[in-house]
Design a binder for this molecule. Structure first.
Ligand SMILES: *Cc1c(COP(=O)(O)O)cnc(C)c1O
Length: 345
């Protein structure tokens, strides 16, 4: 793979914005900061945030056993995905390959950026069809997206098949690991040195309980990260988000406790659901949700809504006829769900 051949022409040529705060290297306390037109009166929020998020990256890098230079943080994974599209895909020319069904944002971002989408169907059990996928690659294919564990099906994608893709594809393979904490599989971030075309995406929105702060990140080669850095908005991670993320990562007690509880609840809920007559099939899950085939998804969805329970109706997705995607809630929420599902007529 030659990364230079993958970068969009205009991005290759442009010079990124240099923010005032990127030009000096010192601790703020001892400096007179009259370079960025800020209000000088200290409120903890009067200064622009660190554009390179050094403290937070250091913490995430240590946790993931990678180098801080292999990290790019975004305002949610959605921003990271958008940066990847805008760095590597030439509008009205390039294409991407996604599995079907999968997370909806890849398609939305491809549409926003005017990039053709090639969809390859997963099997009825949501297994990847690598040979078919490899057949679809043409000279304009820049990105292949793999969501593992996959949303909405919940299963992880076979690592042997992903290895095959990474070896044979000369573009970038993005592995979205939003649900990796709930999975027994190890992260693909351990393979960054083996594959220069690998981008691993993670988020604090799910297991870490911080969907509200919007923090996602990708891990990749230093070369890929340099390209993404060049086009990211200088201050994309705000001060409050950096602080909340650091607080959580410095003290992961709640994260660990809640993760354990969610996994226990997942087992409990699956066991309960398997005895309910309107449940026709439960798909194996390694995420914090379970895809459930019921007798009539539209009808059951509306009934649950009347009981003030909102699930995700996925019946229109490929191979998801009559399927509801149910997030693992608290013990009380799960009990309430089971109680109502048992009563539905
Ligand atoms: C929830 C989710 C994300 C997280 O997106 P954020 O913007 O980080 O909140 C990413 N990918 C998938 C597949 C998801 O389901």
């Amino acid at each position: 793979m030659n990364l230079n051949n993958l970068i969009r022409q205009n991005i290759k040529q442009m010079i990124g914005y240099s923010s005032a705060r990127e030009e000096y290297q010192s601790t703020e306390a001892e400096m007179v900061l009259i370079d960025a037109n800020e209000n000088p009166y200290n409120t903890d929020l009067n200064r622009y945030p660190d554009p390179q998020q050094k403290l937070l990256k250091k913490q995430i890098a240590a946790l993931k056993n990678i180098d801080a230079e292999q990290l790019l943080l975004g305002n949610g994974s959605d921003e990271v995905l958008d940066l990847i599209f805008r760095s590597f895909c030439e509008p009205n020319q390039d294409n991407i390959i996604i599995n079907n069904p999968t997370y909806g944002m890849y398609e939305v971002l491809a549409n926003i950026n005017s990039i053709e989408i090639i969809k390859v169907e997963l099997s009825v059990n949501f297994k990847i069809n690598t040979n078919l996928l490899l057949d679809k690659i043409d000279k304009y294919t820049k990105l292949i997206f793999i969501c593992s564990p996959n949303n909405p099906s919940g299963n992880t994608i076979d690592s042997g098949e992903i290895n095959k893709l990474l070896k044979h594809f000369k573009g970038l393979v993005i592995i979205d690991e939003a649900y990796i904490d709930f999975s027994s599989q190890k992260s693909w971030s351990t393979q960054l040195d083996a594959y220069p075309n690998l981008i691993v995406l993670q988020t604090l929105s799910k297991a870490y309980g911080l969907a509200g702060i919007r923090l996602g990140y990708c891990m990749a080669s230093r070369e890929i990260i340099r390209v993404l850095n060049k086009i990211k908005p200088p201050y994309n991670i705000n001060t409050l988000t950096q602080k909340a993320a650091l607080d959580c990562l410095y003290n992961p007690t709640n994260y660990r406790k809640q993760l354990e509880e969610i996994l226990e609840q997942r087992s409990w809920l699956i066991a309960e659901l398997s005895h309910i007559p309107i449940v026709k099939e439960l798909y194996p899950t390694e995420a914090n949700f379970v895809l459930v085939k019921v007798d009539d998804a539209n009808r059951r969805y509306k009934q649950l809504l009347k009981h003030k329970i909102i699930v995700r109706n996925r019946t229109k997705e490929t191979n998801c006829k009559n399927c509801l995607r149910i997030t693992i809630g608290t013990e009380q929420e799960n009990k309430q769900l089971v109680k109502i599902l048992k009563k539905l007529k």
